[in-house]
Ligand binder design. Structure first.
Ligand code: SD4
Length: 342
């Protein structure tokens, strides 16, 4: 125990008084179920302004939900888990959770991941019949010694935890699939209705970062295809010393460049969240001659609450909430703008 901390203990000063004194770096270590301890809060700033970022227009309602938790000094991990359940549960969001568009064979298969401030994480991939896969990912993280469960095993685990299985294919999604089948032309479009994952990253009042990412993946994908969303490091990565990042768009391109992890490492090297997102997009463009034909969008957030957003193409919208603003934003993008040199 530091001298400063033992001194305060000796004085018998209570937590509210400590907070009043603006001494926020005395958070005790919290033992976690996995035997590890939550890292001691090293934030010196007494009042951390919470921030939450999420992808696409439907993320606005998700941010509103997450904000309730952040505003009341809850943990970022709880905020993101609650937030992303909003589009997961909404049948009108046809690219996440319930009502998501199916694969080529008519099956709705879902991918989700979650990661907290201790570096702990959980994910489910190719899970079927479960409306809120992010909750299952959280349980994989909290209750198992594993990081990832897939397919039937993931569904069995969910059922053993009390989840109901349901038919996730709504009338609307089934009709869209039937229409697609008449041509069965597999050519993913940009920013059109064949994708849109929710990725959400947040910083809480304690200065801790967490993230979640959940999707039904690319519509009309091959049965069994798993995208970037449940892959830790690809569509989601959190390092509580540095920052967090999340991705949306063509998962294969994100996996191949380990996008979210790349962004966090670029921030570790001193780049701002904005520059880190731009460099990660540039990496995809450098490695893919056909990058003009698909979309990838990145969001990043650092420990100071600074944010970044960038995409390959025009049209990537995201939502940024902090105590001073609650806004839908449009990201800067690579093509059709001057290419920046670094
Ligand atoms: C995937 N990245 O399965 C997801 C799809 C997506 O915005 O994000 N769409 O590849």
């Amino acid at each position: 125990m530091s001298n400063r901390r033992s001194f305060i203990k000796k004085l018998g000063i209570t937590f509210p008084v400590i907070s009043f004194l603006g001494i926020s770096s005395f958070a005790e270590e919290i033992p976690l179920k996995n035997g590890r301890k939550k890292a001691e809060n090293k934030v010196e700033n007494p009042v951390v302004k919470p921030v939450v970022l999420s992808t696409w227009d439907f993320g606005f309602a998700a941010n509103q939900k997450a904000w309730e938790t952040l505003e009341s000094a809850g943990r970022a991990i709880d905020a993101v888990e609650r937030g992303v359940q909003v589009p997961e549960s909404d049948p009108n969001v046809m690219s996440v959770g319930y009502g998501g568009m199916p694969d080529r064979d008519g099956f709705v298969t879902l991918d989700s991941a979650i990661m907290d401030e201790t570096g702990n994480c959980g994910s489910v991939a190719f899970i079927q019949g479960i409306k809120n896969p992010i909750k299952v990912a959280r349980l994989v993280m909290d209750k198992t010694p594993h990081v990832m469960l897939v397919g039937k095993g993931a569904q069995d685990f969910a059922v053993s935890e009390g989840f109901k299985t349901e038919d996730l294919l709504t009338k609307k999604s089934k009709e869209a699939w039937e229409k697609w089948k008449t041509k069965a032309n597999y050519s993913p479009k940009i920013n059109v209705d064949n994708h849109d994952t929710i990725g959400m990253i947040a910083l809480d009042k304690n200065g801790d970062l967490s993230g979640a990412c959940t999707t039904s993946g690319l519509a009309w994908k091959l049965h069994g295809r798993v995208g970037d969303s449940p892959i830790i490091g690809a569509a989601l990565f959190v390092d509580n010393e540095i920052g967090a990042a999340t991705a949306t768009g063509k998962g294969e391109a994100v996996i191949k460049t380990v996008g979210a992890h790349l962004i966090v490492e670029l921030m570790r090297q001193g780049n701002s969240p904005q520059k880190a997102c731009e460099l990660a997009v540039k990496r995809i463009i450098d490695k893919n001659a056909d990058a003009k034909n698909f979309q990838v969008g990145y969001l990043a957030l650092n420990k100071k609450g600074e944010t970044g957003a960038y995409s390959i193409q025009k049209g990537f919208t995201y939502n940024e909430f902090n105590p001073d603003k609650k806004e839908k934003m449009t990201a800067e993008y690579h093509f059709k703008t001057e290419i920046r040199t670094y």
